[in-house]
Design a protein around this ligand. Structure first.
Ligand code: SF4
Length: 555
């Protein structure tokens, strides 16, 4: 058995997304300005290369980029397409009404329409140009601890078989010991989840709530949406009690970036986000835009929507949390990339001073929280701190409260307005459908796909470029399969088979007259929905072998 390698660095950044790369670049800038003995810095990325796992709409607020790289245009940042038109439409089953005005949070003039994947890949080139080591294809499997102090990260083993036994190709993961670790492992990151639970960093905070974004990139025969035209919709295919909406963005080359964002706090256990997305594309307002076009790319990702009061404590001994892992998203503006970058920059500033001072205690690192509190992040998130909770009372209540917030600065009689974790809001079949539960389950018809506008999940996975080694161990750890077969089947009709957008979970014949859960782990697009929405919280998403997963070029 080969020995486990050990690497020592001063600062380790886990996750080469917008937050992690912004942190790395800021560290390089601080180092240059300070001179002296340089700190050793390493960045880990679980994707094959930076950007491979990055997916978003995406409209980029350029403010953080401007602060981080003022000459970003000269450095050919892929942010050329500027938003020229904003529209908001209300959809019913067959019609669309354009709102006579664009609500201020959705006014995007001056922002850039980007491929997040391309933007992240470009940011990585800026980081590497500064001589920072970026290790792609290495997921952070577990945190290293010394008591309650985080001392680094162990990367995942390679070459295990399905039973987690070493094969001839076995290579143990590397222990990267760091004076300070900045965790930017994204929405519902596996390391952040363990860290928050073990240290109780979410004590006295609201539970984080999430949404699932399913996105497709389309190419149309002619220009249906001019580059820079941005459309958001509310209403259909979601019902009044379901949070979310759709986006349609015009890109150069007759491309349309489109998708549906669905709050992962819906009540109906039979709700199916993928089916809702297919219905969206069949709506005349959308189908006219896509008609005759072809699907280029598919993907899905969860996003944190809980807002200011759901952000956990961000610092502990030897560790900081930044980006989506911390929950920096403005769900009213539908934006988080700039906040993720800004949090990464602030984490870097705290980390640099702390490591140089030889003090990475929680007390010293609390300066990061102070910096966030004084930053543009708070200015943006605090006034909308109760908006997502208000949407929990339905679309009308949410819209009314969002409007009111602009006048009141988000004030409410109960502040923070209470929130419930999404998986706890899913009702049982009996509670949601009452005596009609059995009929509701039986009446579900097998979905039909025309393969022109609508596609099944497996076709979507094919268009996500997802690859996992087939004989690798499953990275979806379902801790009690008996619950799936018994309680969950009866109480919820196995919602994982619906909320997973990649056909990973399937109830199949067990050969003994019953049903069992089959896990098609190689389909997984790493959206994290199952980890978030499983009603019994018995699913843990852990990183698969480094480099495996989706390939989101252009997304
Ligand atoms: Fe998303 Fe989980 Fe399905 Fe993977 S298995 S695609 S993380 S819901």
């Amino acid at each position: 058995m080969p020995d486990r390698e050990v690497l020592d660095v001063d600062i380790l950044i886990v996750g080469a997304g917008p937050a992690g790369l912004a942190a790395a670049l800021r560290l390089a800038q601080l180092q240059k300005a300070a001179g002296g003995e340089p700190l050793s810095i390493a960045v880990l990325e679980k994707g094959r290369e930076p950007g491979a796992h990055a997916l978003s709409g995406a409209v980029l607020d350029l403010s953080a980029l401007r602060d981080l790289i003022p000459d970003y245009a000269d450095r050919q940042a892929p942010v050329d397409t500027r938003v020229t038109d904003d529209e908001v439409h209300l959809l019913t089953a067959g019609r669309a009404w354009r709102l006579p005005f664009t609500p201020p949070p959705l006014a995007n003039h001056g922002c850039a329409l980007i491929s997040l994947s391309a933007f992240v890949a470009w940011l990585a080139t800026q980081v590497e140009a500064e001589g920072i080591d970026l290790f792609s294809g290495f997921g952070g499997a577990e945190l290293l601890w010394d008591g309650h102090v985080v001392t680094g990260v162990r990367t995942g083993d390679r070459g295990l078989d399905r039973q987690r036994q070493p094969t001839a190709a076995f290579e143990p993961g590397v222990d990267i010991r760091a004076t300070l670790t900045i965790i930017c492992d994204g929405v519902r990151g596996n390391l952040t989840k363990v860290l928050v639970q073990r240290l109780g960093l979410d004590r006295d905070r609201l539970p984080q709530v999430y949404a699932l974004g399913i996105k497709e990139l389309w190419e149309t025969p002619d220009t249906r949406l001019a580059p820079g035209r941005v459309i958001h919709t509310m209403g259909y295919p979601l019902r009044l009690h379901e949070f979310g909406g759709a986006f349609l963005y015009g890109l150069p080359g007759n491309q349309i970036s489109m998708g549906l964002v669905t709050g992962l706090d819906y009540h109906d256990p039979l709700f199916d986000p993928h089916q809702a997305f297919q219905r969206l594309k069949q709506h005349p307002f959308v189908s006219t835009l896509l008609d005759g076009g072809s699907l280029v790319k598919y993907g899905a990702k969860a996003l944190p929507e809980g807002g200011w009061h759901a952000i956990p404590r961000l610092a502990s001994d030897g560790v900081l949390i930044a980006g989506d892992a911390g929950g920096f998203v403005n769900s009213l503006r539908l934006k988080g990339i700039h906040l993720a970058m800004r949090s990464g920059m602030l984490a870097a500033e705290t980390a640099f001073e702390a490591v140089r001072a030889g003090d990475v205690s929680a007390a010293r690192l609390a300066r990061y929280q102070d910096a966030i509190d004084r930053s543009a992040i708070r200015t943006e998130l605090y006034p909308v701190r109760n908006v997502h909770q208000a949407f929990g009372h339905g679309l009308a209540a949410g819209v009314a409260f969002a409007g009111l917030s602009m006048l009141t600065g988000g004030w409410w009689l109960r502040d923070p307005m209470p929130a419930t974790a999404g998986h706890e809001r899913t009702a049982t079949l009996a509670d949601f459908y009452g005596s009609a539960a059995e009929t509701a389950v039986a009446r579900r018809s097998a979905p039909k796909y025309d393969r022109r506008l609508t596609f099944d999940r497996v076709t979507g996975v094919h268009h996500s470029g997802t690859h996992h080694r087939e004989d690798a161990p499953s990275h979806l750890l379902v801790h009690d399969l008996e619950i799936c077969r018994t309680r969950c089947a009866v109480e919820y009709a196995n919602p994982c088979t619906r909320f997973c957008p990649a056909h990973v979970y399937e109830m199949v014949d067990d050969g003994q007259g019953g049903r069992r859960l089959q896990i098609n782990a190689s389909n997984c697009v790493h959206c994290k929905t199952c980890d978030i929405m499983d009603p019994y919280q018995i699913i843990d998403w852990v990183p698969p072998e480094g480099g495996d997963g989706p390939q989101y070029d252009g997304m």
